[in-house]
Write a protein that binds this ligand. Structure first.
Ligand code: PEP
Ligand code: MN
Length: 337
């Protein structure tokens, strides 16, 4: 941590600052320039609140050098994390595609969509059985019935399953059917859920919160990691901005930013990021070009009749096109698909 002191600091103020730092366990190194003096405080704990120093008289600014997350950081673990689930690896050279409807609606729908996405090369089937809807009057999902249908469709076509867990009390039930737990944007800071998912023995896909910084997001991953589950990957799904022509704003830069700061895999969800079918393929291409370890996209065989998110679902032939296009981009950057 670097503490920049005010130009006209008094000796008494300086003494007080140094005492505070030493009492907090820091080794303090003073460096005086012509204009001003700075203090280097070595040994910052991840949970240290830098405001404790910022508010002292004579302090102009405090800069943190180390990150507040540890287990999630690249400096703690330099090598990329690779999550193995059966014969699928997330975070390795191959780009993994997760596809399926927003919600599981009925047997015919999930079977049709599973067949379509498998044929074009998806490895993981998605579909919500418990849906976090903005409106309580919107379709809330089929519940356990949806989980049964999702598992059945995935098994029929040799796919893995990812589905969302909304609350702690659902974990055991969902664990019976899923290969990966999805934590949705609205739950990214549900710390009690994150802690509980630290003790499950299945991977967790942590979506970015609607207004979360990358640091907030990695701190949420830290909750799962520090409670014992090392298999966490992130999913960029767009953030809230002032822009209204898309549902959210797709933060593609989060992909290289996360890769630099963290060893955890990161995939991209261009469906929720843009909210509009015709924007999904270009953003899928961009995500792969930016280094995403995978994609998650919504696909529906009859999106006009979808019970949720129809306007952002790709039609079957569009999904096929997307797979062909992103494969070419993957090859250009030396990745397999
Ligand atoms: C979803 O993927 O089904 C979903 C609800 O997305 P998000 O949490 O990103 O809104
Ligand atoms: Mn959706």
């Amino acid at each position: 941590m670097i503490v920049v002191l005010e130009k006209n600091i008094t000796d008494a103020q300086l003494k007080n600052i140094v005492k505070h730092l030493e009492d907090s366990g820091f080794a303090v190194h003073k460096s005086s320039g012509e204009e001003r003096t700075i203090l280097g405080a070595i040994g910052v704990q991840p949970n240290f609140d830098t405001r404790k120093i910022k508010i002292l008289e004579g302090v102009e600014e405090v800069y943190r050098i180390t990150e507040p997350f540890k287990l999630a950081s690249r400096s703690f673990k330099p090598n990329d994390t690779i999550i193995k689930i059966k014969d699928v690896e997330i975070g390795a050279n191959e780009i993994i595609v997760i596809a399926g409807p927003c919600s599981v609606e009925n047997e015919e729908q999930i079977m049709k969509v599973a067949e379509i996405v498998k044929k074009s090369g998806a490895k993981i089937l998605r579909g919500g059985a418990f849906k976090p809807r903005t409106s309580p009057y919107s379709f809330q999902g089929l519940g356990e019935k949806g989980l049964i249908l999702l598992r059945q469709a995935a098994d029929e076509f040799g796919l893995l399953v990812v589905t969302e867990v909304l609350e702690n009390s659902m974990i055991d039930l969902i664990a019976k059917y899923t290969d990966i737990f999805q934590v949705g944007a609205r739950n990214m800071q549900n710390y009690s859920l994150l802690k509980e998912l630290g003790s499950v023995n299945k991977p967790v896909m942590l979506k970015r919160g609607l207004a979360a910084t990358v640091e907030d997001w990695l701190m949420s991953a830290e909750y799962i990691l520090s409670n014992g589950n090392p298999d966490v990957f992130l999913c960029e799904r767009g953030i809230r901005t002032f822009e209204t022509y898309t549902r959210n704003t797709f933060d593609i830069s989060a992909i290289p930013v996360v890769h630099k700061r963290s060893h955890l895999p990161i995939i991209a969800d261009p469906s929720h990021a843009t909210g509009l079918r015709d924007k999904v393929i270009p953003m899928a291409r961009a995500a792969v070009a930016a280094g995403a370890d995978g994609l998650m996209v919504e696909v529906h065989h009859d999106p006009d009749k979808a019970l949720s998110d129809g306007p952002q679902a790709l039609l079957p032939h569009q999904f096929e096109d997307m797979m062909k296009q992103v494969k070419m981009i993957a090859n250009v950057i030396g990745r397999k698909m």
